[in-house]
Ligand binder design. Structure first.
Ligand code: ZN
Length: 353
Protein backbone atom coordinates (compact mmCIF):
# COMPACT_ATOMS: atom_id res chain seq x y z
CA UNK A 1 0.00 0.00 0.00
CA UNK A 2 1.36 3.38 -0.92
CA UNK A 3 2.40 5.76 1.75
CA UNK A 4 -0.49 8.07 2.39
CA UNK A 5 1.39 11.10 3.53
CA UNK A 6 4.76 12.68 3.41
CA UNK A 7 5.71 14.76 6.35
CA UNK A 8 8.14 17.38 5.13
CA UNK A 9 5.89 20.32 5.77
CA UNK A 10 3.42 18.88 8.20
CA UNK A 11 3.18 20.24 11.68
CA UNK A 12 0.95 21.40 14.44
CA UNK A 13 2.18 23.93 16.90
CA UNK A 14 1.38 22.74 20.36
CA UNK A 15 1.47 24.01 23.86
CA UNK A 16 3.63 22.54 26.58
CA UNK A 17 0.67 20.40 27.64
CA UNK A 18 1.42 18.19 24.64
CA UNK A 19 5.01 17.43 25.47
CA UNK A 20 4.25 13.73 25.43
CA UNK A 21 3.58 14.02 21.70
CA UNK A 22 7.18 14.47 20.66
CA UNK A 23 8.15 11.13 22.13
CA UNK A 24 6.24 9.47 19.33
CA UNK A 25 8.59 7.84 16.78
CA UNK A 26 7.06 9.75 13.91
CA UNK A 27 7.62 13.08 15.54
CA UNK A 28 10.85 14.52 14.17
CA UNK A 29 12.62 17.65 15.33
CA UNK A 30 9.92 18.57 17.81
CA UNK A 31 11.17 22.13 18.31
CA UNK A 32 11.49 24.72 15.59
CA UNK A 33 14.09 27.48 15.46
CA UNK A 34 12.13 29.74 17.77
CA UNK A 35 11.84 26.99 20.36
CA UNK A 36 8.19 26.28 19.72
CA UNK A 37 7.23 22.67 20.03
CA UNK A 38 6.40 21.48 16.55
CA UNK A 39 4.66 18.16 16.18
CA UNK A 40 5.47 16.75 12.80
CA UNK A 41 2.88 14.18 11.97
CA UNK A 42 0.47 13.24 9.29
CA UNK A 43 -3.01 13.86 10.46
CA UNK A 44 -4.32 10.55 9.29
CA UNK A 45 -1.38 8.20 9.46
CA UNK A 46 -2.45 5.11 11.37
CA UNK A 47 0.67 5.15 13.52
CA UNK A 48 0.07 8.71 14.62
CA UNK A 49 -3.61 8.35 15.21
CA UNK A 50 -3.37 7.99 18.96
CA UNK A 51 -1.09 10.99 19.21
CA UNK A 52 -3.34 13.03 17.02
CA UNK A 53 -6.39 12.03 19.01
CA UNK A 54 -4.69 13.40 22.09
CA UNK A 55 -3.98 16.65 20.26
CA UNK A 56 -7.55 16.99 19.10
CA UNK A 57 -8.80 16.25 22.58
CA UNK A 58 -7.01 19.40 23.69
CA UNK A 59 -9.58 21.30 21.67
CA UNK A 60 -6.94 23.25 19.81
CA UNK A 61 -6.30 21.54 16.49
CA UNK A 62 -8.68 20.02 14.01
CA UNK A 63 -8.58 18.62 10.51
CA UNK A 64 -11.66 18.01 8.44
CA UNK A 65 -12.78 17.22 4.89
CA UNK A 66 -15.43 18.96 2.80
CA UNK A 67 -17.32 17.20 0.00
CA UNK A 68 -19.93 18.57 -2.37
CA UNK A 69 -22.27 17.41 -5.16
CA UNK A 70 -21.20 13.86 -4.54
CA UNK A 71 -24.14 11.59 -3.66
CA UNK A 72 -24.89 9.52 -6.76
CA UNK A 73 -23.51 6.11 -5.76
CA UNK A 74 -20.98 6.21 -8.60
CA UNK A 75 -17.41 5.06 -9.08
CA UNK A 76 -16.29 8.68 -8.73
CA UNK A 77 -18.13 9.09 -5.43
CA UNK A 78 -16.57 5.86 -4.23
CA UNK A 79 -13.04 7.03 -5.10
CA UNK A 80 -13.52 10.43 -3.50
CA UNK A 81 -14.82 8.69 -0.39
CA UNK A 82 -11.75 6.41 -0.35
CA UNK A 83 -9.48 9.45 -0.55
CA UNK A 84 -11.35 11.26 2.21
CA UNK A 85 -11.43 8.18 4.44
CA UNK A 86 -7.68 7.74 3.93
CA UNK A 87 -7.13 11.27 5.25
CA UNK A 88 -8.80 10.18 8.50
CA UNK A 89 -10.29 13.61 9.12
CA UNK A 90 -11.79 14.35 12.50
CA UNK A 91 -15.09 15.08 10.82
CA UNK A 92 -16.66 15.82 7.43
CA UNK A 93 -18.77 18.72 6.15
CA UNK A 94 -20.87 18.63 3.03
CA UNK A 95 -21.90 21.52 0.82
CA UNK A 96 -25.03 19.77 -0.36
CA UNK A 97 -26.49 17.53 -3.05
CA UNK A 98 -25.94 14.60 -0.77
CA UNK A 99 -28.31 12.29 -2.66
CA UNK A 100 -29.17 12.36 -6.35
CA UNK A 101 -31.08 9.09 -6.25
CA UNK A 102 -34.80 8.84 -5.81
CA UNK A 103 -36.32 8.29 -2.42
CA UNK A 104 -38.98 5.60 -2.66
CA UNK A 105 -40.66 3.16 -0.36
CA UNK A 106 -38.09 0.59 -1.53
CA UNK A 107 -35.02 2.82 -1.50
CA UNK A 108 -33.57 5.16 1.10
CA UNK A 109 -31.58 7.63 -0.99
CA UNK A 110 -29.41 8.88 1.86
CA UNK A 111 -28.49 5.37 2.97
CA UNK A 112 -27.57 4.44 -0.61
CA UNK A 113 -25.73 7.62 -1.55
CA UNK A 114 -24.16 8.77 1.72
CA UNK A 115 -24.26 6.33 4.64
CA UNK A 116 -22.92 3.52 2.46
CA UNK A 117 -19.70 5.52 2.06
CA UNK A 118 -19.39 7.33 5.38
CA UNK A 119 -21.11 5.11 7.94
CA UNK A 120 -18.17 5.43 10.33
CA UNK A 121 -18.83 9.20 10.53
CA UNK A 122 -22.62 9.29 10.54
CA UNK A 123 -25.02 8.76 13.42
CA UNK A 124 -28.77 8.84 12.85
CA UNK A 125 -30.60 11.75 14.45
CA UNK A 126 -32.74 9.50 16.66
CA UNK A 127 -29.59 7.88 18.09
CA UNK A 128 -27.76 11.16 18.61
CA UNK A 129 -30.35 13.92 19.20
CA UNK A 130 -27.75 16.42 20.42
CA UNK A 131 -25.20 15.53 17.72
CA UNK A 132 -22.52 14.74 20.25
CA UNK A 133 -21.32 11.60 18.53
CA UNK A 134 -21.78 12.33 14.86
CA UNK A 135 -18.77 13.40 12.84
CA UNK A 136 -20.71 14.22 9.69
CA UNK A 137 -22.27 17.65 9.18
CA UNK A 138 -24.36 18.04 6.01
CA UNK A 139 -26.00 21.04 4.39
CA UNK A 140 -29.05 20.89 2.18
CA UNK A 141 -28.66 20.98 -1.61
CA UNK A 142 -31.46 21.32 -4.12
CA UNK A 143 -31.27 17.58 -4.86
CA UNK A 144 -31.87 16.86 -1.18
CA UNK A 145 -35.33 18.37 -1.59
CA UNK A 146 -36.11 16.79 -4.94
CA UNK A 147 -36.13 13.33 -6.45
CA UNK A 148 -38.55 11.64 -4.18
CA UNK A 149 -41.25 9.33 -5.31
CA UNK A 150 -44.95 10.17 -4.95
CA UNK A 151 -45.96 10.68 -1.37
CA UNK A 152 -42.37 10.43 -0.11
CA UNK A 153 -40.96 13.17 2.09
CA UNK A 154 -37.30 13.43 1.14
CA UNK A 155 -36.54 16.08 3.76
CA UNK A 156 -37.87 13.76 6.48
CA UNK A 157 -35.51 11.05 5.25
CA UNK A 158 -32.62 13.54 5.36
CA UNK A 159 -33.53 14.62 8.88
CA UNK A 160 -33.67 11.03 9.99
CA UNK A 161 -30.37 10.03 8.36
CA UNK A 162 -28.20 12.77 9.88
CA UNK A 163 -27.83 14.03 13.42
CA UNK A 164 -27.16 17.78 13.56
CA UNK A 165 -26.79 20.04 16.61
CA UNK A 166 -30.19 21.21 17.87
CA UNK A 167 -31.20 24.81 17.28
CA UNK A 168 -33.98 27.01 15.93
CA UNK A 169 -33.22 26.08 12.32
CA UNK A 170 -33.48 22.31 12.75
CA UNK A 171 -31.66 20.64 9.87
CA UNK A 172 -31.92 23.80 7.74
CA UNK A 173 -29.35 25.86 9.63
CA UNK A 174 -27.25 25.10 12.67
CA UNK A 175 -23.91 25.82 14.31
CA UNK A 176 -21.27 23.88 16.16
CA UNK A 177 -17.66 24.34 17.26
CA UNK A 178 -14.66 22.06 17.09
CA UNK A 179 -11.31 23.24 18.40
CA UNK A 180 -10.62 26.80 17.27
CA UNK A 181 -13.36 26.82 14.60
CA UNK A 182 -17.07 27.57 14.76
CA UNK A 183 -19.13 26.31 11.84
CA UNK A 184 -22.39 27.67 10.51
CA UNK A 185 -24.45 25.52 8.13
CA UNK A 186 -27.07 27.39 6.09
CA UNK A 187 -29.97 26.38 3.88
CA UNK A 188 -29.49 28.26 0.60
CA UNK A 189 -32.53 26.79 -1.18
CA UNK A 190 -34.60 29.92 -1.61
CA UNK A 191 -37.38 28.18 -3.50
CA UNK A 192 -37.76 25.08 -1.37
CA UNK A 193 -37.29 26.86 1.93
CA UNK A 194 -39.15 30.15 1.54
CA UNK A 195 -38.81 31.31 5.13
CA UNK A 196 -35.05 31.15 4.87
CA UNK A 197 -34.31 34.84 4.56
CA UNK A 198 -35.42 36.71 7.69
CA UNK A 199 -35.09 34.04 10.36
CA UNK A 200 -31.92 32.51 9.04
CA UNK A 201 -30.18 35.83 8.46
CA UNK A 202 -31.10 37.12 11.90
CA UNK A 203 -29.86 33.90 13.43
CA UNK A 204 -26.54 34.03 11.55
CA UNK A 205 -25.92 37.69 12.42
CA UNK A 206 -26.38 36.94 16.11
CA UNK A 207 -24.58 33.60 16.15
CA UNK A 208 -21.47 34.93 14.41
CA UNK A 209 -21.26 38.01 16.61
CA UNK A 210 -21.34 35.98 19.79
CA UNK A 211 -18.89 33.35 18.51
CA UNK A 212 -15.63 33.45 20.44
CA UNK A 213 -13.68 31.02 18.27
CA UNK A 214 -10.66 32.13 16.26
CA UNK A 215 -12.10 30.94 12.92
CA UNK A 216 -15.64 31.13 11.57
CA UNK A 217 -16.58 28.99 8.57
CA UNK A 218 -19.94 29.18 6.81
CA UNK A 219 -21.04 26.37 4.50
CA UNK A 220 -24.08 25.81 2.30
CA UNK A 221 -24.98 24.69 -1.22
CA UNK A 222 -25.56 27.57 -3.65
CA UNK A 223 -22.31 29.34 -4.46
CA UNK A 224 -22.60 33.14 -4.50
CA UNK A 225 -19.37 33.68 -6.51
CA UNK A 226 -18.22 31.32 -9.26
CA UNK A 227 -17.36 31.32 -12.97
CA UNK A 228 -19.07 28.07 -13.96
CA UNK A 229 -21.19 28.04 -17.09
CA UNK A 230 -24.07 25.88 -15.83
CA UNK A 231 -25.65 27.83 -12.97
CA UNK A 232 -25.92 31.51 -12.37
CA UNK A 233 -24.16 33.02 -9.39
CA UNK A 234 -26.56 32.64 -6.51
CA UNK A 235 -26.63 36.31 -5.65
CA UNK A 236 -29.30 35.86 -2.97
CA UNK A 237 -26.55 34.39 -0.80
CA UNK A 238 -24.51 37.58 -1.09
CA UNK A 239 -27.16 39.32 0.99
CA UNK A 240 -25.78 37.68 4.11
CA UNK A 241 -22.82 40.08 3.93
CA UNK A 242 -20.37 37.41 4.99
CA UNK A 243 -17.45 39.78 4.53
CA UNK A 244 -18.89 42.28 6.99
CA UNK A 245 -19.66 39.54 9.49
CA UNK A 246 -15.96 38.71 9.58
CA UNK A 247 -16.16 35.09 8.46
CA UNK A 248 -12.92 33.26 7.74
CA UNK A 249 -14.11 31.38 4.67
CA UNK A 250 -17.32 30.55 2.81
CA UNK A 251 -17.69 27.03 1.39
CA UNK A 252 -20.34 26.14 -1.19
CA UNK A 253 -21.04 23.86 -4.14
CA UNK A 254 -23.84 23.41 -6.72
CA UNK A 255 -21.57 24.31 -9.66
CA UNK A 256 -19.55 21.18 -10.42
CA UNK A 257 -16.14 22.81 -10.52
CA UNK A 258 -13.52 23.89 -8.06
CA UNK A 259 -13.01 27.62 -7.75
CA UNK A 260 -11.71 30.04 -5.14
CA UNK A 261 -12.93 33.60 -5.52
CA UNK A 262 -11.43 36.21 -3.20
CA UNK A 263 -13.93 38.89 -2.30
CA UNK A 264 -12.89 41.57 0.17
CA UNK A 265 -10.17 39.17 1.38
CA UNK A 266 -12.69 36.40 2.13
CA UNK A 267 -12.27 33.17 0.13
CA UNK A 268 -15.52 31.99 -1.44
CA UNK A 269 -14.77 28.39 -2.34
CA UNK A 270 -16.93 26.41 -4.75
CA UNK A 271 -16.30 22.71 -4.15
CA UNK A 272 -18.66 20.83 -6.47
CA UNK A 273 -16.41 18.03 -7.74
CA UNK A 274 -17.44 15.36 -5.26
CA UNK A 275 -18.36 12.77 -7.86
CA UNK A 276 -21.48 13.60 -9.85
CA UNK A 277 -20.11 15.35 -12.95
CA UNK A 278 -17.78 18.11 -14.16
CA UNK A 279 -19.00 21.42 -15.55
CA UNK A 280 -17.22 23.94 -17.76
CA UNK A 281 -16.22 27.52 -17.00
CA UNK A 282 -17.38 30.64 -18.76
CA UNK A 283 -14.76 32.46 -20.82
CA UNK A 284 -14.94 35.47 -18.53
CA UNK A 285 -14.10 34.55 -14.96
CA UNK A 286 -15.79 36.45 -12.15
CA UNK A 287 -13.83 39.23 -10.53
CA UNK A 288 -11.55 37.92 -7.79
CA UNK A 289 -11.22 34.40 -9.20
CA UNK A 290 -7.90 33.21 -7.79
CA UNK A 291 -8.02 29.55 -8.86
CA UNK A 292 -10.36 27.66 -11.14
CA UNK A 293 -10.22 23.97 -11.93
CA UNK A 294 -10.30 22.17 -14.30
CA UNK A 295 -9.09 25.07 -16.42
CA UNK A 296 -9.36 22.81 -19.50
CA UNK A 297 -12.38 20.53 -19.62
CA UNK A 298 -11.15 16.92 -19.31
CA UNK A 299 -11.89 15.15 -22.59
CA UNK A 300 -10.11 11.86 -21.95
CA UNK A 301 -11.76 9.33 -19.60
CA UNK A 302 -8.61 9.10 -17.47
CA UNK A 303 -8.41 12.84 -16.97
CA UNK A 304 -12.09 12.97 -16.18
CA UNK A 305 -11.75 10.19 -13.61
CA UNK A 306 -9.03 12.07 -11.76
CA UNK A 307 -10.70 15.49 -11.85
CA UNK A 308 -12.98 14.83 -8.90
CA UNK A 309 -11.78 15.68 -5.42
CA UNK A 310 -12.39 17.17 -2.00
CA UNK A 311 -11.22 19.85 0.37
CA UNK A 312 -8.91 19.19 3.25
CA UNK A 313 -8.73 21.78 6.04
CA UNK A 314 -6.46 22.00 9.05
CA UNK A 315 -6.81 24.59 11.77
CA UNK A 316 -4.93 25.48 14.91
CA UNK A 317 -5.55 28.58 16.95
CA UNK A 318 -2.69 30.21 15.02
CA UNK A 319 -3.36 29.27 11.41
CA UNK A 320 -5.79 27.69 9.02
CA UNK A 321 -5.03 25.92 5.73
CA UNK A 322 -7.62 25.01 3.10
CA UNK A 323 -6.54 22.70 0.27
CA UNK A 324 -8.29 21.10 -2.69
CA UNK A 325 -6.97 17.69 -3.78
CA UNK A 326 -8.00 15.77 -6.87
CA UNK A 327 -8.11 12.01 -7.32
CA UNK A 328 -4.84 12.10 -9.21
CA UNK A 329 -3.10 13.05 -5.98
CA UNK A 330 -2.51 16.64 -7.06
CA UNK A 331 -2.95 19.55 -4.70
CA UNK A 332 -4.85 21.92 -6.95
CA UNK A 333 -5.12 24.86 -4.61
CA UNK A 334 -4.34 26.02 -1.14
CA UNK A 335 -5.30 29.03 0.86
CA UNK A 336 -3.93 29.75 4.27
CA UNK A 337 -4.23 32.39 6.87
CA UNK A 338 -2.29 34.26 8.11
CA UNK A 339 -0.38 34.65 4.85
CA UNK A 340 3.01 33.27 5.84
CA UNK A 341 5.68 32.43 3.29
CA UNK A 342 6.03 29.05 4.95
CA UNK A 343 2.57 27.70 5.83
CA UNK A 344 2.66 26.12 9.26
CA UNK A 345 0.09 23.44 8.55
CA UNK A 346 0.31 21.10 5.66
CA UNK A 347 0.75 17.53 4.57
CA UNK A 348 0.76 15.71 1.28
CA UNK A 349 -1.64 12.84 0.63
CA UNK A 350 -0.50 10.59 -2.19
CA UNK A 351 -2.71 9.48 -5.06
CA UNK A 352 -5.12 6.72 -4.28
CA UNK A 353 -4.35 3.35 -5.91
ZN1 ZN B 1 -27.10 21.62 -6.64
Amino acid sequence: MSRLFTRERSGFELSSTHLEAHRHPLVKKPFNSSGTLLLRLACRSVATWLVFTAVVASGKNVCFAVIGDYGNDSEAESRVAAMVQAWRPDFILTVGDNAYDEQTSQQDAFQKDVVAYYSNYIVRSSWDPYARRTRFFPSLGNHDYKYSGPGVDLLAAYESAFAVPPGPGGHHYYEFARGPVRFFALDSNKDEYPVWWPAQKRWLDTAIRRAGERWKIVFFHHSPYHSGSTHWNETHMRRFNFERLGVTAVLAGHEHVYERVMHKRVPFITNGLGGHSVYEFREQLVSGSAMHYPAVYPKSPTKMRNTFGALFVEASDRAITVEFWNLGGEKIDDWYWPPLSNPPLSRTPAAQP
